[in-house]
Design a protein around this ligand. Structure first.
Ligand code: DQA
Length: 155
């Protein structure tokens, strides 16, 4: 069973970007920790980051075997996604996730609900199996553990 972690715009800057909000861990730190954790659960984990909405949508399609890179086979059983700013703007991302029917966890490093009002609205939350916000980068580990538990339970 496979998990895909997707990070959206500006999350490549983790570690140097607004550390008071997002912490000091880099995206590689986060991805490596998530990979070892998944492997301790006997799961494989792929990662993808892009600053481009269309590239993220293409990656989601590919996970389900659709599109030019797709082979008709679903490769990914669960998605953990931190869509960054696209959370608050992207109907296209919402449609892509709904279109492939891969269950997903929406994960935010910061507690978006204590921040500017425009961050309170998410185009994804009502379709997510779970939403994590405000746990810092530990949120990705929490998400992997949650997904592992769901997979073990056969859900
Ligand atoms: C974020 C919160 C978003 O509002 C913001 O645009 C981000 C990161 C988070 O992880 O807390 O880029 O998704």
């Amino acid at each position: 069973m496979s998990i895909l972690i997707i990070n959206g715009p500006n999350l490549n800057l983790l570690g140097t970007r607004e550390p008071a909000i997002y912490g000091h861990e880099t995206l590689s730190d986060v991805e490596n920790t998530a990979k070892s954790l998944a492997s301790s659960h006997g799961l494989s984990l792929e990662t993808f980051q892009s600053n481009h909405e269309g590239a993220i949508i293409d990656r989601i399609h590919e996970a389900a075997g659709f599109g030019p890179q797709g082979d008709g086979q679903r490769h990914i059983d669960w998605i953990i996604i931190n869509p960054g700013a696209l959370t608050h703007t992207s109907v296209g991302l919402r449609d892509a996730l709904n279109g492939v029917s891969i269950p997903f966890v929406e994960c935010h490093i910061s507690n978006v609900h204590t921040r500017e009002e425009f961050r309170h609205k998410s185009f994804l939350s009502d379709k997510a199996v779970a939403v994590i916000a405000g746990l810092g980068t530990f949120g990705y580990e929490a998400a992997v553990n949650f997904v592992a538990r769901k997979i073990k339970a056969g859900k």
